[in-house]
Design a protein around this ligand. Structure first.
Ligand SMILES: Cc1cc2nc3c(=O)[nH]c(=O)nc-3n(C[C@H](O)[C@H](O)[C@H](O)COP(=O)(O)OP(=O)(O)OC[C@H]3O[C@@H](n4cnc5c(N)ncnc54)[C@H](O)[C@@H]3O)c2cc1C
Length: 265
């Protein structure tokens, strides 16, 4: 099992500000620092770690390194308690003079930030695709439940307010599907899909919240119980607008590709 070690206690959205260092010593890197919010890090065999390997400019001084989690000095400091995503553990990991051979480096030294940004494109397309699938399933489950549930002498689904709203939600999900398919098709054909992948991720994060919230309502009290597929989507889906780059990070990228992001002073 692998995990991706980018975020830190002091740097999440602003990846360039990470503080973890990997200093060369003989044929090794000696790693010091901390990674936070790392999915699967408490069970992982190795981490794909982003660290500063020189003092240079923040976008050119970073390197990706494979770090086996059993290496001395890797400390699984904390399992973070969350409001959802219970099927994956999320950890705070400390690195105290962790020594790994330099041949564990991924690609070229100094290109870690660039590689990481490339990886995020795929992660964001995955986020959009998995949202389409998950929400489509939630819509089907809700149709099934509300068709069966009788109130005031009719199925909950037969109230126009309910079936119209479900139709609206499905329309939104299908629009996300079209955007995701288009971005994936262009990506597979070798094009830069930074803008479309960011748009798909943004839309997916928003829809996870909107659709799960609206569907939960139609389950009544059952929607407020723990062992319910839609309440799980409601809890887990909230991460969609934060993890893998927040909605605001996506908006910043889209504005940048559109050429409307003001320059930083
Ligand atoms: C369950 C979970 C799993 C995760 N898994 C991993 C993992 O496996 N590996 C990994 O490296 N990281 C992981 N993360 C970290 C995740 O990528 C970060 O939480 C995310 O990038 C946001 O960083 P932050 O938490 O430091 O928030 P901050 O950077 O402190 O941002 C706080 C808020 O500020 C707002 N904001 C950010 N930028 C802007 C802006 N430009 N303009 C306006 N507002 C802005 C956003 O609303 C953002 O949510 C995970 C996080 C969670 C919660």
């Amino acid at each position: 099992m692998a995990c991706i070690g980018v975020s830190e206690p002091g740097a999440g959205s602003d990846v360039a500000q990470i503080r973890t260092t990997a200093r060369k010593d003989g044929g090794d890197y000696v790693i010091n620092g901390a990674k936070m919010w790392i999915t699967n890090s408490l069970q992982a065999d190795w981490m794909c770690l982003l660290a500063n390997t020189s003092e240079g400019a923040a976008h050119k001084n970073k390197t990706l390194i494979c770090v086996p989690m059993a290496t001395p000095g890797v400390v699984k400091a904390k399992k973070i308690r969350k409001i959802g995503m219970m099927s994956s553990d999320t950890g705070l990991i400390h690195f105290d003079d962790v020594r790994v051979p330099q041949r564990y480096r991924i690609g070229e030294e100094g290109l870690g930030f660039t590689y990481q940004m490339m990886q995020f494109q795929e992660e964001r397309l995955w986020a959009a695709a998995s949202t389409v699938q998950g929400l489509s399933r939630n819509i089907e489950e809700t149709i099934e439940y509300t068709r069966d549930r009788q109130i005031f002498g009719q199925a909950v689904l037969d109230f126009q307010y309910v079936h119209y709203r479900i139709a609206e939600l499905k329309t939104e999900v299908e629009a996300l599907r079209a955007l995701t398919y288009r971005a994936c098709e262009l990506y597979v054909s070798g094009q830069d899909v930074t803008e479309l992948a960011s748009m798909a991720k943004l839309k997916a994060g928003r829809l996870r919240r909107e659709v799960s919230d609206a569907l939960l309502q139609y389950w009544g009290g059952m929607g407020f119980t723990w062992d319910n597929p839609v309440s799980r989507a409601y809890r887990d889906g909230r991460l969609g607008s934060i993890g893998g780059g927040s909605d605001e990070t996506m908006l910043g990228i889209i504005c940048k590709t559109m050429g409307i992001l003001p320059g930083r002073k």
